[in-house]
Ligand binder design. Sequence first.
Ligand code: TPP
Ligand code: SF4
Length: 538
Amino acid sequence: MQNLLLLGAEAIAQGALDAGLSGVYAYPGTPSTEITEYVQHNKSARERKVHSQWSSNEKTAMEAALGMSYAGKRALVCMKHVGLNVAADAFVNSAITGANGGLVVAVADDPSMHSSQNEQDSRFYAKFAMIPVLEPSNQQEAYDMTYYGFELSEKFQVPVLLRITTRLSHSRSGVKRAKELQENDIKLPNDMRQFVLLPVIAKRRYKGLIESQAKFEEDAEKSNFNYYKEGEDKSLGIVVCGIAHNYLIENYVDKEIPYPVLKLGQYPLPRTKVHKIFEECEKILVIEEGYPIVEEMLKGYLANDKVKGRLDGTLPRDGELNPKLVGKALGFKFDETNEVPDLVMGRPPAMCVGCGHIDAYIALNEALGEFGDGHVFADIGCYTLGALEPYSAINTCVDMGASITMAKGASDAGFQPAIAVIGDSTFTHSGMTGLLDAVSEKSNIIVLISDNFTTGMTGQQESQAFGKIEDICKGIGVDEEHIFILNPTKRNKQKLIDLIKEEMKYEGVTVIIPRRQCVQTVKNKDLGQRIRELNLKC
Ligand SMILES: Cc1ncc(C[n+]2csc(CCOP(=O)(O)OP(=O)(O)O)c2C)c(N)n1
Ligand code: SF4
C-alpha cells in the first residue's frame, strides 16, 4: 500500500477519497480549510469529478451534503467548530432524517483559540444530535477513521461526526493508504419518507434514533479505535481521548506506562471498558482536548472525586493541552528554565501593506471624527484587524454576519450613526439576510461591504460573492441611488469621506462597496482574468 506524508486535514481528505467520496462541501475556516483544498488539488479527484467547490456557508454545505447522501452517494462536509453553529439546524435534523449514502461531518475545533473567537467542543453537538463521533489521535487514525466513518454512517444510516483539533489538522506524518473503493451508484433511500420531517414522521424517526443508541454503543465497544491497555499500578487509571493520547505517550517515550489506559477514539463511550477502568483503579485521570465532556460524564452530577481532570484543576480548565501539562498532571517534575522569557514579545497579526481595507478604514475614521468612538459594528475577516492600533476603527466582532444586524439593533435603539463593516465572503455567508431585515424596516444604517474578490483571512479561497454584490443588494431592495462603489485609493480618500458623511444624512439603508483586489491574490492569473472579464465598476 502507498505511504504518504500528510497533514491531519489532508489525511481526512485522502481517507474520504479512498472511501469512494463523491463530494466535499465546505466553507473555509481554520483549521479545517486544508481538507477541501486537498480534494480541489487532487488529480484523481478532478478526474473523477468529485464535487469540491466552496459553499456560501456551513449550513448550505451541510444541506448539500445531505442531498448527496439522500441520492445514495458518499459525502463529506467540513467546517471549523463555530461553523457547526451555523450548520446546526441542518446538522441536528440530519440525525433524524438519517443518511443514505455515507455522510461524514468533519469539524475542526480550535482549543486555545489560535484563530477563533471561542474554543467550543464539537463532541457536545454530536452528543446533542445523538450521533456517533470519531476522534483521531494521529494522522493515520484521521485517515482510517474517515475511511471507516462512511461505512459506519451507511451501516447505521446516520451522519457521523469526525472531530479533530488544530494541532492534528496542521501537523504532518506518514499515512498508509487502504484499498481504493468505487463511488456508490445513485440509489434512493429505502424509506422514501425518512427525509420528510413532518411531525408524524419525525416522531417515528426520533424513536428509531433513540433505539439506535445501543447499537452505536455496541459498535464503540468493539471498535479498534477504543482500546484498553493493562497496567500494573492500579492507583491510577487513565482515560484519554483523541490527540491527548500523543501527549500521554510523549511522557513515557522510553518506558512503559505503569497505569491502565483506556484510549478513546469512537463515541458513544464504550460502557464496559469505562466500567472496568473505573472499578479497577483508585483514581481516574481524564485527559481530553477541549471541554471536560467525558470527565463530566464520569464524575456525574454528584461530582465523584475519584475522577480528576480539567474540572478539579489537575489539568487547566481552558486552552490546548500539551505533553508538559499532561506530564504535570501525572506527577512528573519539569525543568522550568526553558520557559519563554518575558523579553520575547508577541507579534500581533496585521493587515498587508496595500490592503484596501486599510484605506477604507482611514477614510471611515476621518468621516466619523466628530461623532467620537463606538459607531462601527464590524465582522469576521482580515478587516477585523482594523480593531488594532494604529486604526482602532471598529467596535464589535461577534460572529459572521453580526455587523449588519448589530448596527441595525443599535440604530433601532436610536444610536447614530450606525455603521456596519463586512467583507464580501462574509456578506454572502450570512450578511444578506440581515441586510434584508434592515431594508424591510428602512433602518438607518450605512453598510460598508469591503470587497477584495476573495476570502482573504482563510487563505484566498473563492467567494460566492464574486461579481454579485451590487446585484444582490439591489435584489434585496436597497435603493439603487444609495449603492456606491469605489476603489478606496489614496486619490479617492476625500471622495469616500464625503460620501460617508453625506449618506449619514440619509434615513435608510446605504451600501458603500470599497472595492480593491486583495494584494495576496495579484499573482493569481486566473482570478485577474475573471476580474477583468467582469468589467466591474470600482
Ligand atoms: C462560522 C464561521 N465560519 C468560518 C469562519 C472562518 N473565517 C473567518 S473570516 C472568514 C471570511 C473572510 O472573508 P471576507 O469576509 O471576504 O473578508 P477578508 O478576509 O477577505 O477581508 C472566514 C471564512 C468563521 N470565523 N466563522
Ligand atoms: S490577505 Fe488580502 S484582505 Fe487580508 S490583509 Fe492581506 S491584502 Fe488585506
